[in-house]
Design a binder for this molecule. Structure first.
Ligand SMILES: [Zn+2]
Length: 180
């Protein structure tokens, strides 16, 4: 675990103090950088002096959810900031926080697959989406920022679509008898 963190730290330190001659180049660099590391970068605040970048999970997207409402500071803390220098007319990128509190990239894909399998099993057992979300988050706490209510609904919708397609491809015997 510590080794992986060190690797990440090393990769991220490469970002630090890079200079960019234009805002467009800076933005596309951050975009590409995020893509390479398996997350999406969003701009949280910008003006002509500074641009603040965060991870797409910087804010928990879970809305009011009974007593379980999560404060914003539980979102992903990852943050970069770029500062503009008037004298050199360039942007300098700095790492504010290089740590994500959720899996990224291929680790995220693998974790997401496990989460989807969990959702499918809980759904088959007849559970409601709210319960499914709670249960999946408690099974996979590091995926808390990914497993929002919306994510559960989308996964269930995809499941139903797949079930329908499978049923259409191979209609049960009774159905085909009724049709004739
Ligand atoms: Zn993140």
């Amino acid at each position: 675990m510590a080794g992986r963190g060190d690797d990440r730290q090393l990769q991220l330190s490469l970002v630090d103090l890079q200079e960019f001659n234009s805002e467009a180049i800076l933005r596309s660099f951050v975009c590409e950088y995020a893509e390479k590391h398996g997350f999406r970068a969003v701009i949280t605040h910008s003006n002509d002096k500074a641009i603040h970048f965060a991870c797409q999970h910087h804010r928990r997207s879970g809305r009011k959810n009974g007593s379980e409402r999560q404060p914003l500071e539980q979102g992903c803390p990852f943050a970069l900031a770029a500062y503009h220098s008037k004298s050199t007319r360039s942007w300098t990128l700095k790492t504010k926080n290089c740590v994500h509190n959720h899996p990224c990239g291929s680790a995220q894909n693998a974790a997401q697959k496990r989460v989807c399998a969990d959702i499918a099993a809980l759904h088959r057992a007849g559970n409601k989406p709210a319960f499914i979300q709670q249960k999946v988050v408690s099974n996979h706490p590091d995926m808390e920022h990914v497993v929002t209510r919306k994510f559960v609904y989308e996964t269930l919708r995809n499941l139903r679509k797949r079930e329908l397609r499978a049923r259409r491809a191979a209609p049960p015997l009774e159905d085909s008898l009724l049709e004739t």
